[in-house]
Ligand binder design. Structure first.
Ligand code: FAD
Length: 216
């Protein structure tokens, strides 16, 4: 629901978790859910500006801050984020919405060795100039499971590689963002960090790549 409300105002709530569509804001806050875009937007902790909670004895703790920068005193809301309801029930929250990205590019790459993954992340993060929004590593067993019947997706890349990474960039200009991603891809190929890759050509392909990750 929050996603719909945000979208209607041209904004977005960046939390993207497996339980999207069924989980509640209270549950997201209580578990400090991170999700697929944690690299770019942080965890739920980073999306909550303020909240109200009710303690076991009925005391209402109100910390409905609306500012990003508020460095005065104790940050009481943090006590209720990620503590699974053990200190109180969250009854209201002020969420930080973000601008909708104007472009989204998704890339799947195959990687040979585990040690190459941090290097790949480093190069991608550096080359993508702040637009890197997801870097989801999938082990071979997982990849085979979600790309073999009865799973619905077909393998976009051969099933023989040890690791696969879904990489997403969300930016402000589709032409330059695409060119930047292609240039980053060329660099990691040249450096021998990836063995094979597929870059989504359109929104349908982009969704198909993400469907693999979600099909757990
Ligand atoms: C510790 C933890 C971390 C998770 N991190 C991720 C993640 O990074 N990515 C991902 O995809 N999924 C994650 N999940 C799974 C799923 O996204 C979360 O469980 C989901 O956000 C929970 O939302 P829900 O509404 O289904 O809550 P529920 O499953 O109903 O409850 C989850 C917990 O939150 C408490 N709770 C619920 N509502 C409130 C409230 N209003 N006030 C106080 N406490 C409340 C419950 O008591 C319970 O302890 C995580 C689960 C847990 C347990």
């Amino acid at each position: 629901e929050i996603e719909e409300v945000a979208e209607n105002s041209g904004l977005m709530y960046p939390l993207d978790i497996g339980a999207r569509g069924s989980s509640t804001i209270g549950g997201n806050i209580a578990t400090n859910a991170g999700g697929n875009r944690v690299l770019r937007y942080g965890m739920t902790r980073d999306m909550v500006l303020g909240l109200e909670a009710v303690l076991a004895d009925g005391t209402v703790v109100s910390s409905m801050n609306e500012m990003i920068k508020n460095n005065a005193g104790y940050d009481l809301k943090q006590l209720f984020i990620g503590t699974e309801g053990s200190l109180g029930v969250v009854t209201r929250a002020v969420l930080r919405l973000r601008e909708q990205p104007r472009s989204q590019e998704t890339l799947l790459v195959a990687v040979d060795r585990f040690e190459q993954l941090p290097e790949l992340l480093k190069v991608m993060d550096g080359k993508l100039g702040g637009t890197l929004s997801a870097f989801e590593v999938m082990w071979n067993e997982f990849y085979c499971l979600v790309t073999t019947e009865p799973a619905q997706q077909k393998p976009p890349l051969d099933q023989t590689y040890p690791y696969y990474v879904l990489i997403e960039a969300r930016g402000g200009d589709s032409e330059t963002d695409r060119a930047r991603l292609e240039s980053a891809l060329a660099e990691v190929f040249e450096a021998g960090l990836v063995r094979d890759a597929v870059l989504a050509e359109n929104e349908a392909q982009r969704r198909e790549l993400w469907a693999m990750r979600d099909d757990v």
